[in-house]
Design a protein around this ligand. Structure first.
Ligand code: DAK
Length: 258
């Protein structure tokens, strides 16, 4: 399968989607967003983890494509934002975890893409920010909401109103990324984390993601009820029996994903 401005490669259950417009620092135009939408629908059979990254060594995604947005008539702007929000929300709805491999600038729509992933691992040259107000607009792909949920409302508002950039280590301290590693080690580190995830029971990982994401949207009581339901459903899977038998037999589990 080939996509405009996007490369997709799958190995050992890890599907890496690379935004591939390095000449414009992987800025997201509408064609690229449409490719991402299609790639998420066509994930290769056996995908256990998705990794999102950008081509080259300078940028993850330097935002929505400013040249394209400059021509956007007002009536289409809300529609464009809605379409972007729908595509980014799909990352949360996938049954498999999505890791943002942040290899440089994650600005504007690029930071919004990071925020829509399950978690992020960054290289030491990564930079994070929401420069939209300096362009006369606001983030339109969920940035005004998800950044506050991730790093707290006051820290998020400072970034939102100033357009200032966080360095990788600052993003680490703010809780925006889980780890920072040298750029040359980034792919290897993300692969190692993805492999650790892929070793576990697929339906259990899917339920863990569902419960964790649900908890972000609701009150504690409802979230606990959902967790209990999902916990119960694990006991209706073949893999629950296999996982526990394998532990007691002191052998590795053989997952069927059922
Ligand atoms: N769009 C288009 N082209 C971009 C770009 C972008 N976001 N970012 C970089 N480029 C292009 C540059 O124009 C340049 O092209 P050439 O001049 O070579 O033709 C090339 O990439 C290399 O960039 P620079 O020469 O600028 O590289 P530097 O190392 O000097 O600077 C930089 C790197 C990342 C600091 C700088 O490129 C930069 O500031 N880029 C723009 C970052 C930015 O402002 N991003 C946020 C975009 S706004 C909405 C929906 C969504 C959004 C908003 C509204 N609704 C529908 C309402 C989201 C908005 C955004 O994401």
């Amino acid at each position: 399968m080939s996509y405009e401005n996007l490369a997709v490669a799958s190995h050992n259950g890890v599907t890496r989607i690379t935004i591939d417009r390095p000449k414009v620092l992987n800025a997201l135009n509408r064609a690229t967003l449409a490719s991402l939408d299609r790639a998420l629908s066509d994930l290769p059979e056996g995908t256990r983890v998705v990794v999102l990254t950008g081509a080259g060594e300078k940028s993850f995604v330097a935002g929505a494509d400013i040249a394209e947005m400059a021509e956007l008539p007002a009536p289409l702007a809300a529609q464009y934002a809605g379409e972007g929000q729908r595509i980014l929300a799909r990352l949360g709805e996938l049954a498999v975890p999505v890791i943002a491999q942040v290899n440089g600038y994650a600005l504007g729509g690029g930071l919004e893409l990071v925020l829509a992933c399950d978690f992020a691992i960054a290289s030491d040259n990564a930079r994070f920010g929401l420069p939209e107000v300096g362009l006369g607009v606001i983030p339109g792909f969920g940035g005004t909401i998800r950044l506050a949920r991730k790093i707290g409302p006051a820290a998020a508002r400072q970034l939102l109103y100033t357009g200032a950039q966080l360095k990788a280590e600052e993003a680490l301290r703010a809780g925006l990324v889980n780890e920072v590693v040298p750029l040359a080690e980034l792919t290897g580190r993300v692969d190692a984390i993805a492999a650790q995830i892929a070793k576990n029971a697929p339906l259990a990982v899917a339920s863990a993601k569902r419960s964790a994401r649900h908890a972000e949207e609701t009150d504690l009581g409802t979230a606990l009820a959902v967790e209990a339901q999902l916990f119960g459903l694990c006991f209706a899977t073949t893999d629950q029996g296999e996982g526990m038998r394998a532990f007691l037999d002191k052998r590795p589990a053989q997952w069927t994903g059922k």
